[in-house]
Design a protein. Structure first.
Length: 375
């Protein structure tokens, strides 16, 4: 891997905070946020990172987080809908500087409580699940992540991502079932599709019209036909629409019909405790593992956006706001593509964008087979 370009820092030494804060400011401009809003949100990011915001990029990442391939504890995303400005989102691991998973979770919880005091929302839903996801001796790949939807006005929507394997991978299903039951969705678990694991449970906190509980399901070796049957919404997308997105985003040809490397993810959102079925469904495709370089990922994303009547040129500008490198010179700047359906709303397309603070995954170089001379 090669080091990612960081650009000049006004204080002389490029740091994690200066790089990601600059990326946020430029992405915010692409998304149509005001200068005041992006300045506010850059400060929120610095606060969430804590002391590691001042960590020089010449040092190793503060945590070997799997939030990104190069262990940057920050990821951006742009969510598109027809005839609307894209929504900029930020995912961060607030406890990324901790020396243990338990301290990571504590720092993450402290960061969420600080946000709750600042923006006046309750954390009782999170508190109800603390023993399940933040136990005294946690296990698994993460403790707590925080996602912020950066709205005009300087007050974001807040989500937390929790680890169902905190009590052990073998207990993930039991943990998800118990969490749904405590939150009033007592039969929701039985409506989920079969999968290979449960990597995340997410909670909406604060100012949401319909707060969601979201369950993510991992699907190893997923095919287009299987993807088309994953939705459990009553009035959800038809199989053909989901299969079409799968094929375009994954770009699989006749010789490779499954996601045999990094698995696909489905997400199922629950809002109404009076119904069994989810109100939302999203399919996430890890496009970075199925392209030679980001130029291919960008082309696929543009086709998906165009198919849904969305402005693909915004994504071109977003990549330029993140890095000066050419898309063809790396693989992973576009990490995931997702197609989301929520009851009574038009479909959304989301592109998840990597900061690449520490490294760039090299493009795949195809070897040319030379004919063997016949003697």
């Amino acid at each position: 891997m090669t080091a990612a370009p960081t650009g000049p820092d006004p204080r002389g030494t490029p740091t994690l905070g200066s790089l990601t804060g600059g990326q946020l400011r430029r992405l915010g401009a692409v998304a149509g946020l005001s200068r005041a809003d992006v300045d506010t949100y850059a400060g929120v990011l610095t606060d969430a990172l804590g002391p590691v915001a001042e960590r020089p990029l010449s040092l190793a990442p503060p945590t070997r987080t799997f939030l990104s391939d190069d262990h940057t504890p920050v990821e951006f995303s742009l969510s598109f809908q027809p005839d609307a400005k894209p929504s900029l989102r930020l995912l961060v691991e607030p406890g990324c500087g901790a020396d243990s998973l338990v301290r990571n979770g504590r720092k993450g919880l402290e960061a969420i409580r600080a946000m709750a005091r600042r923006w006046g929302f309750a954390t009782d839903v999170l508190d109800e699940l603390r023993d399940l996801f933040l136990p005294p001796v946690p296990r698994g790949p993460l403790a707590l992540w925080c996602a912020l939807e950066l709205r005009p006005g300087g007050v974001p929507k807040v989500k937390v991502y929790l680890n169902p394997a905190a009590g052990g991978e073998e207990r993930s299903a039991t943990t998800v079932r118990e969490a749904l039951h405590r939150l009033g969705h007592r039969q929701a678990f039985d409506s989920l599709p079969q999968g290979s694991g449960y990597p995340f449970l997410a909670l909406d906190l604060g100012d949401w019209a319909q707060p969601r509980v979201k369950v993510y399901v991992r699907h190893d070796n997923l095919t287009a036909g299987q993807a088309g049957r994953l939705s459990r919404m009553d009035a959800g997308p038809g199989p053909a629409a989901v299969e079409g997105f799968f094929r375009t985003a994954a770009g699989l040809g006749p010789d490779a019909r499954v996601l045999g490397r990094r698995p696909g993810l489905s997400c199922h959102s629950f809002t109404d405790t009076g119904t069994v079925r989810p109100s939302g469904f999203t399919l996430h495709i890890p496009v970075r593992d199925y392209v030679r370089h980001d130029g291919e990922a960008l082309a696929r994303a543009s086709r998906v956006l165009g198919h849904h009547g969305m402005d693909a040129s915004v994504l071109d500008r977003a990549l330029a706001a993140l890095t000066e490198r050419r898309p063809e010179d790396g693989r992973g700047l576009i990490a995931y593509l997702a197609l989301a359906h929520q009851r009574d709303q038009p479909p959304r397309v989301t592109a998840y964008l990597s900061s690449e603070a520490y490294a760039v995954r090299p493009p795949v170089v195809e070897t040319v087979r030379r004919p063997v001379p016949v003697s």
